[in-house]
Design a protein around this ligand. Structure first.
Ligand code: FPP
Length: 241
């Protein structure tokens, strides 16, 4: 994954894309397979999708892999997703590292299996100086919880109310140091944000596709980026100002 050239890095290319990867269960059901197989096929897609975004000049990609609400799923499914996370760290992370990707984790680690938490820390550390795409994986992540934790942290540190501005707040979010997402994609046909990047999504363009996550490939990446390129972003201002 080479850094984008100046031509690629234009206003029509989002700097940061974030994805709600939905539809694994339905993909499996359509094939009369267990839900776990849907997640497994979803995992297999990760590398190609990261590469496709990187080649199109996207510098930051964030994937919603496990939400704070996903703990409510049947324990076998939760366990299956944990196993997939371990596999992704073992198989995908080394390839991504070789290609120059920097990996980050967004979310809580205290509820994860200690071996998985330690493996995440290692991958983040090993890739920290890479200069290619920054891939953040939201795993045990919830937007409301992130906001509450930032508020708690400000209070714990005794920050005066008048000093609580956007930058003080943002520095206490999991996404500290990342630009806000320009484009949020949700696969699987649902039209909602599901507790993902609630603060950071303030001015994001939204793109919803009925394509189920295991079917989301490089062609779908192109469609989403073309849709973004056709948008006019005004950030609350007036066009042309
Ligand atoms: C939503 O589909 C998807 C998830 C809850 C998990 C996303 C995980 C992956 C794509 C692969 C795993 C990757 C890692 C790094 C663990 P759903 O089950 O809600 O689908 P449905 O709406 O069709 O039931």
């Amino acid at each position: 994954m080479t850094p984008p050239n100046n031509e690629q890095e234009s206003a029509s290319t989002p700097r940061h894309v974030a994805i709600v990867m939905d539809g694994n269960g339905r993909w499996a059901r359509e094939r009369e397979l267990p839900r776990e197989q849907g997640h497994q096929h979803g995992r297999i897609k990760l590398h190609d999708v990261v590469r496709a975004f990187s080649e199109r000049g996207v510098r930051f990609l964030t994937l919603y892999a496990f939400s704070t609400e996903n703990w409510r799923r049947p324990s076998e499914e939760v366990q299956g997703l944990m196993t997939l996370a371990a596999e992704a760290i073992k198989q995908d992370a080394p390839r991504l590292h070789q290609e120059g990707a920097r990996l980050l984790h967004l979310g809580r680690k205290d509820r994860l299996d200690p071996d998985i938490a330690a493996a995440i820390d290692r991958v983040v550390d090993v890739t920290k100086d890479n200069t290619g795409i920054t891939l953040s994986v939201a795993f045990d992540y919830g937007g409301r919880e992130e906001i509450l934790e930032a508020a708690r942290s400000l209070m714990r540190d005794g920050v005066a109310a008048d000093n609580v501005d956007e930058s003080a707040f943002e520095s206490r979010l999991f996404t500290n140091g990342l630009p806000d997402p320009d484009l949020i994609i949700r696969t699987g046909g649902e039209l909602r944000i599901s507790n993902f990047l609630l603060w950071q999504a303030a001015y994001a363009e939204l793109y919803f596709t009925p394509t189920l996550w295991p079917d989301f490939g490089p062609q779908e990446v192109t469609k989403a980026l073309d849709s973004y390129a056709a948008r006019k972003r005004r950030f609350g201002g007036v066009e042309g100002e």
